[in-house]
Write a protein that binds this ligand. Structure first.
Ligand code: ATP
Ligand code: MG
Length: 402
């Protein structure tokens, strides 16, 4: 077995080994190599203590990410590598973190503290795979199985309950029977876990290839972290984006559900805004004309409109597919849907004799509407003439009907 390791990874393993410390790749990258996928990052586990690691990598840039837990991030050839001392976790009393951690020189002890068999394998090019818990076999069979007694492992760190769902969803693996039973039994203890840790795992879970199955099988877990979530039949037809998937689970819970979920999960600003926008659009008719599509684009922006149309389409709205086509046409067409794209500005109108004030903004909006409806070309002269006519029509009270 020979995995194609990037040179910085080989260099880190060599530096540690030359200094006399066993070192292996571990966790997700080993799992991904075995599945034939390219890992997105590389974690290294080593017998060297944090002080020994610092001395081995004294020639490199390092970041002390979590040195008290044994983790040092080393930058080699521009690649950040997380290197962690073999570790044994002490007692857990709060379902979250070990009360203490201790370092060990035994790789197997380090692998035993890891959550699932498919994540508890180590690899070194000279030694091949180290797989004391049958991770490779579970990977072949497509099973997520806890290392050791699942109930005990979940009671140590409740986040593992959600992680079981996240790996089951992301890899589209089933959860082994004993592990699944322990997931359901321990669901309530997830409330002890911080919002940030829950968010990271939940967002991966709801976007995974097996998300519908996992959400259905582990509804008690989902209810603990996302109260009110309901799985719609069309869920897996939704694009795998966090705001859309959250909206898909919560849209039947009323308009306040978006804000509550965003607060509870401490969503970042962009995701929160996208989710709330979907809630604000809820009930808007599916655009059937280019004009209606431009109005939607004008109100929601390109990403918001695309999300809403994707939701309508996935949910079986009969005009959804047509709306997807309209969206593409509207985005390709030169006709603007924002004031920024309009061929006249407020300054142009003022220069044309229209007094500054609130009417000006309203007039610009009317110009944009006329351009979006393709009643007036998006050309400066035509728009100045149109604005002038509007002003004349409105006579004494130019703002009245604007
Ligand atoms: P991904 O490719 O999605 O990052 P990963 O397996 O690398 O998957 P991480 O969350 O990055 O997952 O964790 C790295 C490794 O650390 C895991 O493979 C596992 O061995 C171990 N691990 C992480 N979190 C826990 C936990 N809560 N309990 C036990 N082991 C854990
Ligand atoms: Mg990882």
């Amino acid at each position: 077995m020979n995995f194609p390791l990037p040179p910085p990874v080989l260099a880190a393993l060599d530096l540690l080994r030359t200094a006399g410390y066993p070192a292996y790749l571990v966790g997700g990258c080993v799992r991904d190599f075995l599945r034939g996928c390219t890992p997105h990052d590389f974690d290294i586990t080593t017998a060297a203590t944090p002080a020994e690691m610092k001395s081995v990598f004294s020639c490199c840039r390092t970041v002390e990410t979590g040195l008290s837990h044994g983790t040092l991030t080393v930058l080699i050839g521009g690649m950040p590598l997380e290197i962690t001392t073999y570790r044994v976790d002490g007692c857990y009393t709060d379902h979250r973190r070990p009360d203490s951690v201790s370092f060990t020189r035994d790789l197997r002890e380090d692998l035993a503290r890891r959550d699932f068999t498919v994540n508890a394998m180590a690899y070194h090019p000279d030694e091949g795979l180290i797989d004391p818990f049958g991770g490779r076999e579970d990977l072949r069979a497509g099973i997520i199985r806890a290392v050791g007694d699942p109930a005990l492992r979940f009671s140590e760190d409740a986040l593992r309950i959600l992680r079981a769902g996240r790996f089951s969803s992301g890899l589209d693996f089933r959860v082994g029977d004993a592990t699944a039973a322990a997931v359901c039994a321990a669901a309530g203890t997830l409330s002890a876990v911080s919002a940030e840790r829950i968010r990271e795992e939940l967002c991966k879970l709801i976007c995974g290839a097996g998300a519908s199955r996992v959400i259905a099988d582990f509804s008690a877990v989902i209810e603990t972290v996302l109260p009110g979530a309901e799985l719609p039949v069309f869920y897996s037809a939704l694009p795998a984006s966090v705001p859309l998937r959250l909206f898909g689970l919560l849209y039947r819970s009323g308009p306040g559900a978006g804000g509550s979920a965003a607060d509870r999960l401490r969503l970042d600003r962009k995701t929160r805004r996208a989710l709330l926008l979907l809630f604000s659009l809820q009930g808007e008719a599916c655009p059937r004309t280019l004009f209606a599509m431009r109005r939607l684009l004008s109100a929601a922006g390109e990403a918001g409109a695309a999300d809403y149309i994707a939701f309508l389409s996935a949910s079986g709205e009969k005009d959804g597919k047509g709306a997807e086509g309209l969206l593409r046409t509207a985005l390709l067409s030169p006709i603007p849907y924002t004031l920024r794209g309009l061929a006249v500005t407020g300054r142009d109108l003022t220069a044309h004799g229209i007094p500054p004030g609130p009417c000006l903004g309203a007039l610009l909006s009317e110009c944009l509407t006329a351009v979006m409806a393709e009643e007036i070309p998006n050309e400066k002269e035509a728009l100045l003439g149109y604005a002038g006519r509007l002003m004349k029509e409105k006579g004494e009270r130019p703002c009245a009907s604007v």
